[in-house]
Write a protein that binds this ligand. Structure first.
Ligand SMILES: NC(=O)c1ccc[n+]([C@@H]2O[C@H](COP(=O)([O-])OP(=O)(O)OC[C@H]3O[C@@H](n4cnc5c(N)ncnc54)[C@H](O)[C@@H]3O)[C@@H](O)[C@H]2O)c1
Length: 363
């Protein structure tokens, strides 16, 4: 059988550190479970701007299209930050997502019992939080045209456009129902029905799609009300589906329940099995180059890769269990450190996970 092909884009800042961890776990788990996987490293973001003048080259897009999956670190940093630049590292990620048609960003948020003390929520509120946010990723305000700086009524201004087509809403909402079928069978659709025309449209389409899934409980909620309810009652939610901008904010809000952005994996999925896996966090310039980044978000993204691209749920479970045991055994990077636990760097945390990664059960 041909090997699985994974394009690996470390990116900038802490990206290369956490990707080194993810790649090591990927290799180890693939060997343990008898899979052949070829990883090919490619530049993206600021690293690509420095070498090629663009944040994502045509070759990288083609390599990603030819591969079975992409594993991405994070891009960006102060070196490439200026309101007047021609291009930004983040545009490289947007191009890749768009080129691969990755419309569904899946962000699981699970609060680990061992990290309850790190959560900004009270333990009795955070305990048991286990939800998934499905964010529409390649439509809406971040991509709508026109999108430009222009003169408005004789003075400088800027325009972004929020646009959604029926097919775009339908496919992400369907994904949410399919995802919920493997979980607690509850879908919440989040919109701004009361002030946005696109919100009213979204709600109408979501309600129609919901009728196709009578065995899954469905409701809709306003984005602002949900932002409050999410923090007040985080255990109430199962699968939450929403448009691009709200999903961006809400998933970061929910992410903090886990104690650190460094704990949050994600998958971005399209049709025909296309997929990109990445930690939710950015390139963390404040800790870049120190070897102290938390690699668990990337390692958990690798678990998602095993589950959803390689169709190896046992290997995915094994990686997740190894992370759980590592936390239970008290290993902590600085972002999740508490008194009485063991402070380790990125490399030692990765080694601790690998040491706890068990292969397939014998027999
Ligand atoms: N997909 C991506 O590549 C992506 C996503 C978000 C932000 N960014 C970019 O990253 C840069 C920094 O953005 P930001 O500071 O707003 O967000 P960030 O996620 O990089 O950092 C926010 C805070 O969380 C901490 N943090 C993040 N990941 C961590 C980890 N793995 N271990 C320990 N601590 C961690 C950082 O130290 C920082 O204090 C910006 O250029 C932004 O555009 C890129």
């Amino acid at each position: 059988m041909n090997p699985w092909r994974v394009v690996v884009t470390p990116g900038d800042g802490i990206g290369p550190d956490v990707i080194a961890s993810g790649a090591e776990v990927l290799d180890h788990a693939a060997r343990s479970f008898g899979l052949r996987v070829v990883q090919t490293e490619r530049p993206l973001g600021g690293a690509s701007i420095d070498r090629f003048g663009v944040p994502c080259t045509d070759e990288v897009v083609q390599d990603a299209l030819d591969a079975d999956a992409v594993l991405l670190g994070a891009v960006g940093g102060p070196r490439w930050d200026s309101p007047y630049v021609q291009t930004t590292p983040e545009e490289g990620v947007l191009r890749l997502r768009k080129s691969l048609g990755l419309y569904a960003n899946v962000r699981p948020v699970r609060v680990h019992d061992a990290l309850l003390g790190c959560s900004p929520l009270r333990p009795e509120v955070a305990r048991g939080t286990d939800l998934v946010i499905l964010r529409e990723l390649i439509g809406g305000l971040y991509f709508g045209q026109p999108k430009e700086m222009r003169q408005i009524d004789g003075e400088p201004g800027a325009v972004d456009t929020l646009v959604y087509r029926r097919s775009e809403v339908e496919r992400i909402v369907r994904r949410a129902f399919q995802w919920a079928a493997g979980r607690r069978r509850r879908v919440l659709s989040v919109d701004k029905f009361n002030v946005l025309v696109t919100g009213r449209f979204w709600r109408g389409v979501a309600t129609e799609v919901a009728a196709e899934y009578p065995h899954v409980e469905f409701r809709s909620m306003l984005a602002d009300a949900f932002a409050a309810a999410l923090v007040a009652r985080p255990t109430e939610w199962d699968v939450v589906v929403t448009e691009n901008t709200f999903g961006d904010f809400l998933s970061d809000e929910a992410g903090m329940f886990t104690g650190s952005l460094g704990m949050l994996p994600s998958a971005s999925l399209g049709d025909d099995g296309r997929a990109l896996y990445e930690p939710v966090h950015g390139s963390a310039p404040d800790i870049a180059g120190q070897g102290i980044a938390n690699p668990l978000a990337t390692i958990l993204s690798v678990a998602m890769l095993f589950r959803h691209t390689f169709d190896q749920p046992q290997a995915a479970d094994a990686i997740e269990a190894a992370v759980e045991r590592t936390l239970d055994d008290g290993f902590r990077t600085r972002d999740i450190f508490e008194e009485g636990t063991r402070l380790v760097d990125t490399t030692s945390m990765t080694a601790a996970v690998i040491a706890r990664l068990e292969g397939p059960a014998a027999g």
